[in-house]
Design a protein around this ligand. Structure first.
Ligand SMILES: Nc1ncnc2c1ncn2[C@@H]1O[C@H](COP(=O)(O)OP(=O)(O)OP(=O)(O)O)[C@@H](O)[C@H]1O
Length: 358
C-alpha cells in the first residue's frame, strides 16, 4: 500500500498553513481541528485546487506535485474523488445517470468498481431511477459518494460529508461510511470537527490547529495523548477496538480487547463482530486496591504511564496501559496527590461508562 506524503506552505494573509503530512495508504485518515484550523485548505491543496508555491504531494510513487522539479499535475488528471459537504449532483440526470457520469470518466480496463456493487454498498440500489431533487439530504450524499467511487480513484477526499445533515440523517449514513471503511481498499482522507465521527471512522488522526499539525498518529495512540493543546483535551477519551466474545447472563455481553475485557449491555451483533467503543476520561475513576464492594461492572488492572494537568484547575489526566492498550482517567489533583499516582504505579481503573460506536 502506498503512503500519502504532502508538504505545503500557503499564505492567505491573515492565515498561514504550514504542514507536512505522512498518511497511511489504507484506511481512513481524519484531519481534525476546530473551525478555521486549515483542514479544507489542506484537502484542496492535496487535490491541486490550491497550489502551494513550494508544495509536494505524492501517493506512493505517483507524484502529483513537486515544485522543486517543476511538477504539478492538474486536479482533473489526479486519480482522486472529492466529496463535499453538500452533494452537487446533476439535477437533470437520474441517480443512475449521475453514477454513470462517474463511471464514464474511467476506461474499462482501469475500473476498480462497478455500478451495481457500489450502489449496493451505499444502499442506493432502489433509488437509481429517481431524480436527485426527490432524494433526502442523506440519500443525495450517498449518491455523491458512490459517484466519486465509480471514478475508481486511488484516493478519496471527503470534506465534512455529514456536516449539512441533521442528526437523524447523520445516523443513517454513518453505517454506510463504516462499510466503506471495512470493505474498500482505497485510502480516505476525511475532514471533520466531530469527535464522534472521527472516533467511529478513523484509523489515523491528524490534529490541526491554526494551520499547523499538532499531532499525527494512529487514532488509538493519538487520542490517548495527554500532551495535546488544551482544546483537544476537553473531551479526552480513548477508543478501544474490541471483539464481541460472549453473551452472558444478566443481559450482558463481553467485549475482548488485547489485554482485557469489558462487559456492556447485551448486543445484537453476532459473536466475533468487531466493535469500537469509546471510554471518556471523565467516566474512569481509580483505586489502589481492587474495589470489592462496588456496583461498577468494569474494573480493570492498569499501570500508570503519565499524568498531566488539564485546563480545569484542580483536575488532572492520568494515562494508563492495560496490557498494550491505553486508557485515560480524569481525576482531581487532590485524589492524585492522596493516592500518590505516579508513572509505574499499578491501579484499578473503574469504568463507569462505555459508549459503543455504531
Ligand atoms: N482563498 C483564501 N483567501 C484568504 N483566506 C482564506 C482562503 N481560503 C481559506 N482562507 C482562510 O484560511 C483559514 C482556514 O480555512 P479552512 O477552510 O481551511 O479551515 P477549516 O479548518 O476547514 O475550517 P471549517 O471547519 O470552518 O471548514 C480560514 O481563516 C479561512 O478564512
Amino acid at each position: 500500500m502506498s503512503d500519502i506524503r504532502a508538504r505545503f506552505r500557503i499564505d492567505h494573509g491573515g492565515f498561514s498553513l504550514d504542514v507536512a503530512l505522512e498518511l497511511p495508504g489504507r484506511g481512513v485518515s481524519a484531519l481534525f481541528g476546530h473551525s478555521g484550523a486549515g483542514k479544507t485548505t489542506c484537502l484542496r491543496a492535496i487535490a491541486g485546487l490550491e497550489r502551494a508555491p513550494d508544495g509536494y504531494v505524492a501517493l506512493g510513487d505517483e507524484v502529483w506535485q513537486d515544485e522543486a522539479r517543476g511538477v504539478f499535475v492538474p486536479t482533473h488528471k489526479r486519480s482522486l474523488g472529492y466529496v463535499f459537504q453538500e452533494a452537487s449532483l446533476f439535477s437533470h440526470l437520474s441517480v443512475r445517470g449521475n453514477l454513470e457520469f462517474g463511471l464514464k470518466r474511467v476506461a474499462h480496463a482501469n475500473r476498480r468498481f462497478e455500478l451495481a456493487p457500489v450502489a449496493e454498498l451505499l444502499g442506493i440500489g432502489g433509488l437509481l431511477e429517481r431524480r436527485p431533487t426527490s432524494l433526502s439530504g442523506g440519500e443525495r450524499q450517498r449518491v455523491a459518494i458512490a459517484r466519486a467511487l465509480l471514478a475508481s480513484p486511488r484516493l478519496l477526499l471527503m470534506d465534512e460529508p455529514l456536516a449539512a445533515l441533521d442528526l437523524q440523517r447523520k445516523r443513517e449514513i454513518l453505517p454506510y461510511l463504516e462499510r466503506m471503511h471495512d470493505e474498500l481498499s482505497i485510502p480516505i482522507i476525511y475532514v471533520s470537527h466531530s469527535t464522534d465521527e472521527v472516533a467511529r471512522l478513523a484509523d489515523h488522526l491528524v490534529l490541526l490547529e491554526a494551520g499547523r499539525v499538532v499531532a499525527s498518529g494512529t487514532l488509538t495512540e493519538t487520542l490517548a495523548r495527554t500532551d495535546l493543546p488544551s482544546a483537544f483535551l476537553e473531551d479526552a477519551g480513548v477508543v478501544l477496538e474490541t471483539v464481541l466474545a460472549a453473551h452472558e447472563a444478566d443481559h450482558l455481553s463481553r467485549l475482548d480487547f488485547e489485554g482485557g475485557n469489558l462487559h456492556v449491555g447485551q448486543r445484537s451483533e453476532s459473536l466475533g463482530s468487531r466493535l469500537r467503543c469509546r471510554i471518556h476520561a471523565r467516566d474512569v475513576s481509580l483505586a489502589l486496591d481492587r474495589p470489592r464492594a462496588t456496583s461498577i461492572v468494569n474494573v480493570l488492572p492498569a499501570v500508570v504511564t503519565a499524568t498531566a494537568a488539564t485546563d480545569t484547575p484542580g483536575h488532572v489526566l492520568v494515562q494508563m496501559r492495560i496490557g498494550a492498550v491505553p486508557l485515560l482517567a480524569r481525576i482531581t489533583e487532590r485524589s492524585r496527590r492522596e493516592l500518590a499516582i505516579v508513572p509505574g504505579l499499578q491501579v484499578w481503573a473503574q469504568v463507569k461508562g462505555v459508549a459503543l460506536l455504531g
